[in-house]
Ligand binder design. Sequence first.
Ligand code: BGC
Length: 389
Amino acid sequence: MTTSRRTLMTAAAAAGLAATAVGTGTGTAYAKDAKGGGHAVKEHFGTLADGTKVDRWTIENGRTRLSVLTYGGIVQSLEIPDRHGRMANVSLGFADLDSYVAGSPYFGALIGRYGNRIANGKFTLDGHAYQLPVNDGPNSLHGGDKGFDKRVWSIEPFEGGGNVGLTLRRVSPDGEMGYPGKLTVRVDYTLTPTGDWRIDYEATTDKPTVVNLTNHTYYNLGGEGTGSIYDHRLQIAASRYTPVGKTLIPTGELAKVAGTPFDFRRSKAVGRDIREAHQQVLYGQGIDHNFVLDKGITSRPEHIVTVSEPESGRVMRIATTEPGVQFYTGNFLVGTLAGTSGQVYRQGDGFCLETQHFPDSPNQAGFPSTVLRPGETYRSTTVHSFSTR
Ligand code: BGC
């Protein structure tokens, strides 16, 4: 299946169509334009049990190639070059739709309405109590049992200014998964001429609600299915993190990372301190924590993370407008899933860096607010830049 898709892409590129227009036919190709910009290809990826067809859109620009499913807005593949120019898919996932539907730990997914946990699935807003589905022990995780990651999004490609991108849209009805308000959501995945992958989220509501959108890509810069990420070197510009209790709900404290395994202020190997018997590492079965970014909330994306993989030389830098990032070391990958290239994923074979507001903010008065009111627009931007060393 993967091979035939590749063939289609290559054939489309080789055809050298001078197209810059945008269309929607299955397998429609938009070859590089005169300025070397990208093209978008749409293919059928699978069909859901209710008959809904799911497409896979692929865009390419500046040596980055991104494939996104209409199901869950899932990043199904992210290909970038190593220091010798060899491309590899650096995102964990599956080769077919059925595997995503059967049980994906949110591989590549667009997460909403609320990234991470809300304690006991409960919160109160303006005096109204809301109950969300509880789908992770006693808590609600990633928007409930049928969050944005399991919904079908409309996708339209766009081009302009050397960028090539996909616009994902969905209207989440009032009360969906227990959340108040009709939420109108737009997410742009843009590849810039230098191959940066930028995500712009936007949402409006007709009733007061809470929102915290993120992307749940699991990275392995050595290539998906190549084993552990513990040798990756990571730097996070965060002096504090939010410690959790045993069901991974923040205690409310903003604890210093200094002297703990959570100190990534200077670049270190991801696995260096992961076996330290620190209570927080035991609770998370590794690292599964929100880092409080020193820069705070910003109107423009600011640099927060540099992560690199020594063998391939691949480097990813992340900039965001968000105040936090959930660093998760793939602790619950336990050898039960075979990924895109057929290799089994084991603990620590991928990591997530989910830019976000802090977990359980609706119940934590001391955390930055995640409340969105009618007339306001929720906006969040995260940029991933790729290079080699
Ligand atoms: C959470 C983990 C969870 C994972 C996927 C992460 O965002 O922090 O606790 O296991 O998502 O399921």
